[in-house]
Design a protein around this ligand. Structure first.
Ligand SMILES: [Zn+2]
Length: 346
């Protein structure tokens, strides 16, 4: 699989790439938004940019297409420390075949350097506060909000919106704003490609806050109680699955259809983003805040269990509605990634 991936990335033959990705999707159960969701967002943007100056610039910066670059920010999660003060070492080989492309000495050194610059510590069970780059993938704006607000509970200076803006800054030749330490266009573009996927995953942007009895509370009203934080749905159980994982998973047939051209065709019909590029990430996150509401409003929550998790139940149409929303969000992600790159490199 490693050799095949390298050939695909090097030759950028859309038909071959589609065939191979389709085969891998058909042979696997539903996988996380990363990798297949992220690869789909990257592939839609690749298709929208075919033949443009922007596409030439992208390839010269990445050495690959966007589809391949889209998983890098998750692959770097394979970098860790055995203890505080120990070296940052990539040890992610094995379970994630989409990272094979980056499993060579030069690429591993690049992943280790990025994590070292963007973390205080990264040993096992480190929080996202100290293994800081992991917090760049999401924000946890309350279901009670109607737009993204950087001052709201769950948002912050190193969340997904700030991370996208940091990448844009570097790609436009400005410094990487603190607390981010993003160096060079290759690193910035790999990260940006991934984060454009995450900012369209409903549960990477919106989170429900619950009291012990399972009633929805407003974390932005009165004194914030950290015990109401459901961690982006990671401590909400939908049957035997975590709610967050349910939304990370996209059905293989959906990804295959989007990759086959349906995604790019639908993306061309979307309205353009207006205003200054530096405000786009905030606007897109606000759009996700609104779009994500059905992910939560269709759920009923039970009392918190002894393990700290809340159970959620829903009607039989939840899965079908989820897939429709996921399709819409993946298409938006691809369209907006292409749109943003055209704005940066016309
Ligand atoms: Zn992510």
């Amino acid at each position: 699989m490693k050799l095949i991936r390298v050939v695909v990335a090097a030759l950028c033959l859309p038909v071959l790439a589609l065939l191979l990705v389709s085969m891998s999707l058909l042979s696997l159960p539903a996988q996380a938004w990363g990798p297949h969701g992220h690869q789909t967002v990257g592939a839609i943007a690749d298709q929208l940019l075919v033949g443009s100056n922007t596409a030439k610039k992208v390839r010269s910066v990445l050495g690959s297409n966007l589809q391949t670059a889209a998983v890098w920010a998750d692959c770097v999660k394979g970098v860790g420390q055995v203890k505080v003060g120990a070296p940052f070492v990539y040890d992610g080989s094995g379970p994630y075949p989409e990272c094979d492309y980056y499993e060579n000495p030069a690429s591993q050194a690049a992943m280790e350097a990025f994590v070292k610059r963007n973390a205080t510590h990264c040993y096992s069970n480190s929080s996202d506060e100290v293994c800081r780059h992991k917090s760049y993938h999401y924000t946890d704006v309350s279901t009670r909000q109607t737009r993204y607000n950087p001052a709201a509970a769950g948002a912050g200076p190193h969340d997904i919106v700030a991370a996208i803006n940091a990448c844009i800054s570097v790609l436009q030749g400005r410094p990487s704003p603190a607390p981010f330490d993003i160096r060079g266009q290759t690193e910035a573009l790999r990260l940006l490609t991934h984060y454009l996927g995450d900012v369209h995953q409903p549960l990477h942007v919106v989170s429900v806050y619950l009291d012990k009895t399972g009633h929805v509370v407003d974390p932005d009203s009165g004194l914030f109680d950290p015990k109401t934080d459901t961690k982006g749905g990671n401590v909400i159980d939908d049957g035997s699955s975590r709610l967050h994982s349910v939304w990370d998973s996209i059905p293989g047939p959906l990804a295959i259809k989007l990759l086959a051209g349906e995604g790019a065709a639908a993306a061309r019909q979307l309205p353009a983003t207006t205003g200054a590029v530096t405000a786009w990430a905030t606007g897109w996150a606000s759009d996700t805040v609104v779009s994500a509401q059905p992910a939560f409003s269709a759920l009923t929550f039970g009392p918190q269990a002894g393990n700290g998790h809340w159970p959620a139940t829903h009607g039989s149409d939840y899965s079908q509605n989820r897939q429709a929303l996921q399709r819409q969000q993946l298409i938006k992600g691809g369209a907006r990634l292409a749109e943003l790159l055209r704005a940066i490199w016309p």
